[in-house]
Design a protein around this ligand. Structure first.
Ligand code: ATP
Ligand code: MG
Length: 493
């Protein structure tokens, strides 16, 4: 090697003095390795590696002891490449200090002419602090990430344009990837937009964080959230806003159910009192009308009295409905009842009316169905009310589907669905209230559903409607199975 001609021109050799002055000042380790021996090591090399220059320059000093064992092979390969005149790109490795510490570093090497021969100039940068900081940052990021992912809260970060920048969970029914970048209001019910926008604006202006109730809405489904909105600051400026939300849908629904039940109970008491008060004077009145009618000679007077009679019997019917709604007798005339018998009889009674209205009736019965312990007549009344409501909702014809199934918890569920006009959201909360009707006066009294609700509740069951305007309605009636009636002796359903 030394016999060959130096491939580098003298001009490329560093001017020895200048090089050494610079090298001594360098914050990097700089060394020159000639034929496997260290012929120069700078001050930083001495400081960092712990060897004195005498030790570095000793003829038997093993250059490889400066390299961590796992990088020996790579280092040898690189040296060979240099000797063949090839460039070697900088690479990450680890150096070993005299006292056995391993330090992560990046080394850049170059073939140079040094004191009349080819040598390798190495510049080593200690990157261990950088690596530690990187690892720490990664750990801290991972900690935050798992904290966010495991949080029961829904955490959403939005930018100044109200678009979602981050979300720790899937918004129900959609993918996080779909949500990021979209305006947050796209996931909210319209009535929640103003309050949410105001809270976001407040947070961006660095004002007090706020807590509000929001309704999320995706594809027609709604969820209630208790949401805290606060700023994420970077020094003095707010760069995003964080929303931390807890799902309160179940509590909200339970609360609504309770409120509804309480409302209906107090309405029941009111109606019972009212009906009793009206009943006596009303029957006295119709009795009088009847008596006068029998004696009336004048046909005009008689016609007028007959009209009064019809009006009072309509009032009697309403009062009867009110009494029915508010009835308290828990277990009148109950016997084992097959739900399919009840439905068959009811459908038979309305068969003609349905045909005339152009309504096709579809029956989907689950079999076998357990027996109920119920008042057959009252159940027929419930399904009559529900089915007639469906008929009224489909003046242009449609499909009425009656299906049955066993429901969890020892219930039988009957679902009556139609393809009619449906119920507007603002009406849905009121359909079980007495006298709530959207029908023309004289067509609907608004007592059908309240009476049905009363009957079903007294049987220990539930009745519920799900509907959207223009999308038909589904009524679900759940009734408890008779004790010991579970699928026995009623295989035909
Ligand atoms: N299947 C349905 N489709 C659309 N709207 C319905 C349906 N069932 C009930 N409703 C709505 O609920 C209201 C209340 O029903 P409810 O049966 O209590 O009273 P009504 O039918 O109006 O009068 P009544 O039953 O006393 O003759 C109806 O007026 C209607 O607006
Ligand atoms: Mg009705």
């Amino acid at each position: 090697m030394s016999g060959r001609k130096n491939p580098l021109s003298a001009a490329q050799a560093p001017a020895a003095d200048t090089f050494k002055i610079l090298a001594e000042e360098s914050p990097n380790v700089i060394f020159i390795n000639k034929m496997g021996s260290v012929v120069y090591a700078n001050k930083k090399a001495v400081d960092l590696m712990g060897y004195s220059r005498e030790e570095f320059y000793a003829p038997d000093f093993d250059f490889m002891s400066l390299v961590a064992p796992e990088f020996h092979a790579r280092t040898r390969r690189n040296l060979k490449m240099h000797m063949r005149g090839r460039e070697v790109p900088p690479f990450e490795y680890a150096i070993m200090t005299k006292d056995g510490r391993k330090i992560e570093a990046i080394i850049a090497t170059k073939l140079v002419a040094y004191e009349g021969g080819a040598a390798i100039l190495g510049v080593v940068t200690d990157v261990s602090r950088l690596k530690r900081a990187e690892a720490q940052l990664r750990r801290s990021e991972e900690r935050w990430r798992s904290l966010l992912e495991q949080s029961v809260s829904h955490i959403t970060i939005v930018g100044p344009d109200e678009r979602i920048e981050f979300m720790n969970r899937r918004p129900s029914g959609r993918d996080v990837r779909e949500a990021v970048g979209r305006p947050i209001c796209e996931f909210m019910a319209p009535e929640s937009h103003p309050a949410l926008r105001a809270a976001i604006r407040r947070a961006f202006m660095g004002r007090e964080p706020s807590t509000l109730e929001l309704i999320a809405e995706v594809k027609g489904r709604r969820w209630w959230f208790q949401t805290h909105v606060g700023p994420i600051c970077d020094g003095d400026s707010v760069h995003s806003v964080v929303l931390s939300s807890v799902d309160i849908t179940d509590a909200k629904k339970a609360e609504d159910g309770l409120r509804q039940a309480q409302k209906l109970a107090s309405l029941g008491r009111l109606s019972a009192g009212l009906a009793h008060e009206i009943n006596n004077p009303l029957s006295a009145l119709s009795g009088e009308v009847q008596m006068v009618l029998e004696r009336a000679r004048d046909p005009k007077l008689a016609a007028s009295l007959r009209f009064m009679g019809r009006v009072s019997s309509r009032i009697e019917n309403i009062v009867k409905g009110l009494l029915e709604f508010s009835r308290q007798d828990p277990a009148a005339d109950r016997q084992p009842v097959r739900i399919h018998d009840v439905l068959e009889r009811t459908l038979k009674l309305v068969e003609r009316r349905m045909r005339l209205a152009g309504i096709r009736v579809v029956q989907r019965y689950g079999r076998p169905m357990p027996l109920l312990h119920a008042n057959r007549g009252q159940l027929e009344q419930v399904f009559m009310n529900v089915i007639l409501n469906s008929r009224d909702a489909m003046p242009g014809g449609g499909v009425l589907t009656v299906s049955t199934r066993k429901a969890p918890g020892g219930f039988v569920e009957v679902a009556v669905s139609d393809t009619g006009a449906g119920i507007a959201r603002e009406h849905l909360d009121h359909v079980f209230e007495p006298f709530f009707s959207t029908k023309d006066p004289g067509r609907g009294t608004g007592l059908g559903l309240p009476i049905s609700h009363g009957i079903v509740s007294r049987h220990g069951g539930t009745i519920r409607i799900s509907s959207e305007a223009g999308r038909g309605a589904r009524v679900f009636v759940r009734l408890p199975v008779a004790h010991g009636g579970n699928g026995k002796g009623n295989g035909k359903g």
